[in-house]
Design a protein around this ligand. Sequence first.
Ligand SMILES: Cc1ncc(C[n+]2csc(CCOP(=O)(O)OP(=O)(O)O)c2C)c(N)n1
Length: 319
Amino acid sequence: MPSIKELSKREELLTGGHRACAGCAATIIVRQVLLAAGKDVVVGCSTGCLEVVTTIFPYTAWKVPFIHNAFENVASTVSGVESSYRSLKRQGKITRDMRFIAFGGDGGTYDIGLQALSGAAERGHRMLYICYDNEAYMNTGIQRSSATPIGAATSTSPAGDKIPGKTQYHKDMTKIMAAHRIPYVAQASPSHWNDLVKKVEKALAKDGPSFINIISPCHRGWRYPMEDTIEMARLAVETCFWPLYECDEGTWAITYTPKEKLPLSEFTERQGRFAYLKDHPEVYKSGQDEIDRRWLEIQALAGIGNLCVAPCEEAGDSN
Ligand SMILES: Cc1ncc(C[n+]2csc(CCOP(=O)(O)OP(=O)(O)O)c2C)c(N)n1
């Protein structure tokens, strides 16, 4: 794992001067990922904020080869590029060792691109798929996605007299990818850059598909002061709303355990999208309970604690 000093000496592969909002986590995430990946990568990006702000014609902020994609198919495109690379390499027409990275927002990953992503994972392409999860369709005006958490107000789940924000839990996308039994799956956060960089290095070293889901706070959609982006990511981790873990060749591990798990309110009360929760304690409780359940589940998968709530004899265990 390179030190921060070593990383800071590496070339920045996403230039400044792009059109992302000040305080956008997605571009911070890309810089962290590319610092770990280096120059020998081909990047694809699904339509969404990241693609729109980094590739306004005739400019590009990417200093690595970049392929523009439709909203739904970045995993298909990058898997096709990886296949042709393998063929050309077999034929001796390419000698350079290359890696392939697809970036997608949560809309492009959890929702519209899920089929393309699942197919690429099942076919076993050697590519890293990174979801920068800002928990809504931000580029088109903050519409809810299946990654939007319960109780969050968006333009299509407005909190008010009719509903208290989104009424469903967020989809557990990382576990869906782990169920594909691919070599490497992880959750990361830009607040824990060393953990993130290590995970990217691990993922790119795998001879097969990998997936990293990265929390990507968005001050426009989440409604917090723009300078608090990294703090929001950190609170997501410290409340276990966004636990940092990995499933490496089938072995689950928690890669960062908060010293003291903070209540979810430390995360929600800092964001305007959750403002209505103060009038809806039952929705808040439902969100906290679900976070606690998922945290228990991850601990059990990592071999810590026990999910079994019934006495073991009753569950038919003879030991
Ligand atoms: C088939 C299709 N439907 C809708 C759109 C419009 N569209 C472009 S980007 C986008 C939202 C992207 O959301 P997400 O993937 O979460 O990325 P973000 O903008 O939040 O970074 C939508 C709805 C489109 N380009 N193509």
